[in-house]
Structures are given as structure tokens and as C-alpha cells.
Design a protein around this ligand. Structure first.
Ligand SMILES: *[C@@H]1O[C@H](CO)[C@@H](O)[C@H](O)[C@H]1NC(C)=O
Ligand SMILES: *[C@@H]1O[C@H](CO)[C@@H](O)[C@H](O)[C@H]1NC(C)=O
Ligand SMILES: *[C@@H]1O[C@H](CO)[C@@H](O)[C@H](O)[C@H]1NC(C)=O
Ligand SMILES: *[C@@H]1O[C@H](CO)[C@@H](O)[C@H](O)[C@H]1NC(C)=O
Ligand SMILES: *[C@@H]1O[C@H](CO)[C@@H](O)[C@H](O)[C@H]1NC(C)=O
Ligand SMILES: *[C@@H]1O[C@H](CO)[C@@H](O)[C@H](O)[C@H]1NC(C)=O
Length: 573
């Protein structure tokens, strides 16, 4: 719950919505009419994850929490493994690891949502009363309005049944607002002037923006004259998220905290690129405007929560443990046909705690501590040297379902490769596609070869590479799916991000969560995170291996490595 003294805001929710192109067809979530209600009879287990959240079958995408119980609401197609027929599915948990599925919380049934129940958020009102705001689709033109739903029975600890009062919709697009690009209301925050506030994602032409609405009673909402924030040429802003972070330490803050030693984070899911971007900045309460710091770039040159498959994320304040939790949706990288064959599509990433880095310039992210309860058999190695071209296998764990933490150390940065000036306009992913793990370097590439077949016909390397640019070093973290599968069909990007890390101690740490078809990695203590979806054909189950490698001329020492087999949760939908 999130509260400012007596106000509890909450939990929740959800995933992405959908986007329409000019033909009125969904652009980025492609609509496969022929499949959207194609019931999966058999669920293929190959590539199904062991400890990541996914429903028994079909298509999901988004999340979250309340009153000692974590609620996960997610956009779900009950009838097929591709996008369509979207409802708010609902699962509950006490640890965010074990989940109990419930009936859908919200599904199309009223004139104000009969063509769809898309993303939104929950807020807890005074008196500990949760309320969900969500986007309803009212016609075949995908006209969007903002609705609310409340629990039928506040005494039900699981809040299983939700009611959508006939006073909906709460907010419709007024003149000047594009009603087909008007969705994903945020968790509300409360200002000292006694007004609640929410923002709703939109665009005007190609200018992405969030409209700001205010209300005293949560029922009558008035649009502010100006958006809370906007940015030219960034296209539609989906699933906005706006929350405070403390300047000091890891403790999370309720969404209604608007002053003190804090910064604000503003995140949007950019429909044009399908990635989640954030800035760190200041919320000027008197003017109701958000201004990013001059160290934070708006738009797709900016910071990302994750440089891989990660979209439509949301955070919530977990009052139980005073932390802010981030949850994203990792879609599939195979084809829609394969999803239909598999009978399922989409997983949630492992919930991550988020807090502000000491530099004040970026966030740090780390898997929630509850995940560690799934750790089983462990191996520990230390001080193993890796010269140019060396690798060794980490044996004794289930390499297809594992958690690995490793620290690499090196003696000198002298051999770091020169950062080619022609790369200045490239992003990290483009550089990684030129400088893969098999391209010999100076300091790096070194890291892990995950989901690897014995003879490396298939492997997904996660590795660092250090470059010298004038007198500054540039550190690249790659999670490269290029060689992940002998199957040619899936999308196999060389995902990568830069790591803004201090190299004084000549060490770089990496944690990777490996789970059959996903490798979720955290570089330098969570400064740079990358999630890859991969579909090995040989490196599956007991035929998957894990190696540490170095292909740089500077020798590297695995100073310490801990790896665990991961168990499945006892309860998972
Ligand atoms: C309104 O949004 C829809 C969906 O994004 C788009 O197709 C349409 O061009 C927009 N209309 C205007 C006037 O921008
Ligand atoms: C899935 O993710 C990839 C990478 O983010 C993206 O290219 C693709 O458009 C996404 N697909 C859907 C259906 O969102
Ligand atoms: C959908 O939009 C078209 C074109 O603007 C319009 O003619 C039609 O009446 C709309 N349909 C509905 C159900 O609003
Ligand atoms: C509300 O939930 C409580 C706790 O589960 C239950 O005892 C009670 O019967 C429910 N009330 C109604 C009207 O269903
Ligand atoms: C960025 O903002 C800080 C204060 O927040 C200021 O000290 C600094 O000069 C600014 N830098 C630039 C390049 O504008
Ligand atoms: C190391 O680099 C060399 C030269 O590019 C390459 O042939 C070799 O396959 C690489 N080794 C590994 C383990 O990636």
C-alpha cells in the first residue's frame, strides 16, 4: 500500500495496452485473428520457465500488491496464446514467488468496456479501500475511456470479486484529446492541496505525453491545462509510471510522498520501440510539472530499466517491506505460430527491488530476496584464472534453471580496446553486434556462457567488454542471443547496455537468472539489466551447460562465483 499518512495507495497493475495503426489494426501487438481464440489443448513444456511467473497457458503481459497479500493482475487472453480477448487475470501471493490463481478480476461486460479491459493501476483510498482504474474500450474504433472497479467484499482477503459501477466511465477524452490514444491510468498520488492526481498516457501527433487529471473525491476528475510531462517525437506513451525515490538508501517510498530528500522517477513504455525508458528528475508540486534532471535524457536515447525483452512494467510500494518493486513483462521472441504451438506466451520477469544509485543519476535493480528461497544445490568457486581464449564449466548445478553470481577481477585497464569514434552514434546493441563474445578483445569479452550445449553449437553469452575513450572507460554489458538456438526462426538480438561503473577496483560483477528460455542479468550490482528470451534446441534440460569464459588479452580472475540450482515454486498457477 502506498499512503501519505492515512492514505493508502496500492497495488497494481498491469501491462500494456495495445496500439492502433492507421488501419485501426494493432501495430505492435500484432493481431492474429485466426489464432486469437485458438484454444491451446496441449501446453508444450519445452522452454517453459521453472521459476518465472506464467499462467498455465496463453498470453500474458503485466502485473501487483495489498494488505499483506501481493496481487498480480495481468493482461491475459483466456482464449488463445496471442493478443486478443483481453481480461484482467488475477493471482495472489504472500511472497511473490508462489502464486494462487483466481478468477479474472475484470472482464468486458458493460457499455464502457465491452470491447476490452486494458491496463491501469490500483490505488488504496482512505479507510484502506482499494480501487482500480483501468482503460475500457467502448467501440470498434478502439475509443478509450478510464473506468474504475472496486472490490465486492472488502473483507475477502483475496479481493476476488470486483464491481464496475454504472457511474463509469470516470474520464472520457475531451476535445483536443485523441480518444484512440488515451490509456493506462497510473496509481494516484495525493497532494497537500487535498487533490488526487493521476496521469494517462497519450500522444499529440508524434509528441508523447501524459495528461494530468485532478480530483477531490476520486470520482469527478478534471484535466489540468498542461500535461505533467511530454516529449517531442517519442510517439505514444504507454503504461506511464511516476513515483518518488529516496536520495539516500534503498528504502522505498509511497507514491504520495512528494517532498523531502527525494527525486522522482518517470517511466514510459514507448510504443514505437517497445522498450521501457525512465528519467530521474524533480516533481514541482506547485506547478504540477515533472522536470527531468540534466543528466537524464528523455526518449529512446535515455536510460532503460532493462536493455532486453522488457515492456509495460509497473512499480508498486510494498509497505510490508518498505521497498519499491518493479515488475515487467518479457514477451516471446519466437513467432506467433510457435506461440500457438507452445500454447503459452509471455512471462513476468522476477520482481526487482528498485532504488536510486548514490550518483543520483540512475536506478539500481535487484531480484527480491524471496527468490533466494528457491535456491537449491550450490557450487562455489574462487580465484580461477582465465587467460585469453580460456573457459571452464560450472558443474554440479542444473544449468537450465539456475541463479549465478560472479565477480571478475583484472589487473590493469591498459589493454582496453579503443572506442572507435565511428561508434559514437551507435547504441550499445549495435556495438555488441559488431563485438560479440567470439571477437577477441583487450579487457573482455569475459563473462558467462549460459544455456550452452556441450560443444557450443548453442549458447547465450552474457559478458562485459571495456573500451578506452579519451581518458574515460566505457563498459559494455551484452546478452547476445545470436548463437542461442540452431532454430533460425526466433528473433535473436545482441541486446546490450552501457554500464556506468567505477573501475577503480578493477572488478565487475554479474548475476544471471537462467530459466530454460530466459536469461535475466544484472550487471555491476544492478546498474544495467538485460533480459533475453532464447529457444535452444540442444541446450535444454540436462543438456544445458554453464561456462565462464574470457576472450580478452588481459587475463581475468573469477574472484568468486556462487551458483545455485533453482527449485520450482510449490504453487504456480
Ligand atoms: C489518434 O490515435 C490513433 C491511434 O494511435 C491514430 O491512428 C490517429 O492518427 C490519431 N489521430 C490524430 C488526429 O493524431
Ligand atoms: C516482443 O519483444 C521484441 C523485443 O522487445 C519486440 O521486437 C517485439 O515487437 C515484441 N513483440 C510484441 C508482440 O510485443
Ligand atoms: C468509427 O469511426 C468512423 C470513422 O471516423 C465513424 O464513421 C464510425 O461512426 C465510428 N464508429 C463508431 C462505432 O464509433
Ligand atoms: C466477505 O468475505 C468474508 C471473508 O471471506 C466472508 O466471511 C463473508 O461471508 C463475505 N461476505 C459476502 C457478502 O460474501
Ligand atoms: C545540471 O544541473 C546541475 C544542478 O542540478 C547544475 O549544477 C549543472 O551545472 C547542470 N549542468 C548542465 C550541463 O547544465
Ligand atoms: C576467442 O576469439 C577468437 C578470435 O576471434 C575466436 O576464434 C574464438 O572462438 C574465441 N573464443 C571463445 C571462447 O569465444
Amino acid at each position: 500500500m502506498e499512503a501519505s499518512k492515512f492514505l493508502w495507495v496500492i497495488l497494481v497493475v498491469l501491462g500494456t495496452a495495445v496500439t492502433l495503426n492507421n488501419e485501426g489494426v494493432e501495430a505492435s501487438h500484432k493481431v492474429y485473428r485466426e489464432f486469437e481464440s485458438f484454444e491451446a489443448v496441449k501446453v508444450k513444456q519445452l522452454h517453459r520457465t521453472g521459476f518465472h511467473f506464467q499462467p498455465k497457458k496463453h498470453w500474458i503481459n503485466g502485473p501487483m500488491y495489498y494488505n499483506g497479500i501481493y496481487h498480480l493482475f495481468y493482461q491475459y487472453n483466456p482464449k488463445g496464446a496471442v493478443w486478443g480477448n483481453i481480461v484482467w487475470a488475477h493471482s495472489v501471493s504472500t511472497d511473490m514467488i508462489n502464486w494462487k490463481p483466481l478468477d479474472p478480476a475484470i472482464y468486458p461486460s458493460k457499455p464502457f468496456d465491452q470491447f476490452g479491459c486494458w491496463s491501469g493501476s490500483a490505488t488504496i483510498l482512505p479507510g484502506n479501500k482499494p480501487i482500480i482504474l483501468y482503460t475500457g474500450i467502448v467501440d470498434q474504433n478502439n475509443t478509450q475511456v478510464q473506468n474504475y472497479a472496486i472490490p465486492a467484499n472488502y473483507s475477502d482477503p483475496y479481493l476476488q470479486e470486483w464491481v464496475k459501477p454504472d457511474s463509469n466511465p470516470l474520464v472520457s477524452a475531451e476535445m483536443g484529446v485523441n480518444g484512440s490514444a488515451f490509456r493506462d491510468p497510473t496509481t494516484a498520488w495525493w497532494g497537500k492541496d487535498g487533490h488526487w492526481r493521476i496521469v494517462v498516457g497519450s500522444r499529440r501527433g508524434q509528441r508523447g505525453m501524459v495528461y494530468l487529471y485532478r480530483s477531490r473525491d476520486f470520482m469527478k476528475w478534471t484535466k489540468a491545462k498542461h500535461p505533467l510531462h511530454s516529449s517531442a517525437k517519442s510517439g505514444m506513451w504507454e503504461c506511464p509510471d511516476f513515483y518518488p525515490v529516496s536520495l539516500h538508501g534503498e528504502t522505498g517510498l509511497e507514491t504520495s510522498v512528494v517532498e523531502g530528500n527525494i527525486k522522482h522517477v518517470f517511466k514510459v513504455s514507448l510504443d514505437l520501440t517497445r522498450y521501457d525508458y525512465y528519467t530521474i528528475g524533480t516533481y514541482i508540486q506547485e506547478k504540477d510539472r515533472y522536470v527531468p534532471d540534466n543528466t537524464s535524457v528523455d526518449g529512446w536515447a535515455g536510460l532503460r530499466y532493462d536493455y532486453g525483452n522488457f515492456y509495460a512494467s509497473k512499480t508498486f510500494y510494498d509497505a510490508g517491506k518498505n521497498r519499491r518493486i518493479l515488475w515487467g513483462w518479457a514477451n516471446e521472441s519466437d513467432t506467433a505460430h510457435e506461440d500457438v504451438q507452445k500454447g503459452w506466451a509471455g512471462i513476468q520477469t522476477i520482481p526487482r527491488m528498485v532504488w536510486l544509485d548514490k550518483s543520483g543519476k540512475q536506478l539500481l535493480q535487484w531480484p527480491i530476496e524471496e527468490l533466494e528461497t528457491l535456491r537449491g544445490r550450490k557450487v562455489h568457486l574462487k580465484n580461477k584464472k582465465l587467460n585469453l581464449g580460456d573457459r571452464f564449466e560450472i558443474k554440479g548445478i542444473t544449468a537450465a534453471q539456475a541463479d549465478v553470481e560472479v565477480t571478475f577481477a583484472f589487473q590493469s585497464l591498459d589493454k582496453a580496446e579503443k572506442f572507435d569514434p565511428s561508434w559514437e552514434d551507435m547504441d550499445a546493441q549495435q556495438i555488441c553486434s559488431h563485438k560479440g563474445s567470439t571477437v577477441e578483445g583487450g579487457v573482455g569479452p569475459f563473462g558467462l556462457l549460459t544455456l550452452a550445449s556441450k560443444h557450443l553449437e548453442e549458447y547465450t553469452p552474457v559478458f562485459f567488454r571495456v573500451f578506452k575513450r579519451q581518458d574515460k572507460h566505457v563498459v559494455l554489458l551484452c546478452s547476445d542471443a545470436t548463437s542461442s538456438s540452431l532454430n533460425e526462426k526466433p528473433y535473436k538480438p545482441s541486446f546490450a547496455g552501457f554500464v556506468d561503473v567505477d573501475l577503480t577496483h578493477k572488478k565487475l560483477s554479474l548475476r544471471s537468472l537462467i530459466d530454460h528460455s530466459v536469461v535475466e542479468s544484472f550487471g555491476a550490482g544492478g546498474k544495467t539489466c538485460i533480459t533475453s528470451r532464447v529457444y535452444p534446441t540442444v541446450a535444454v534440460s540436462n543438456n544445458a551447460h554453464l561456462f565462464a569464459f574470457n576472450n580478452g588479452t588481459e587475463s581475468v580472475k573469477v574472484e568468486s562465483l556462487h551458483a545455485w540450482s533453482m527449485n520450482k515454486p510449490l504453487l504456480m498457477n
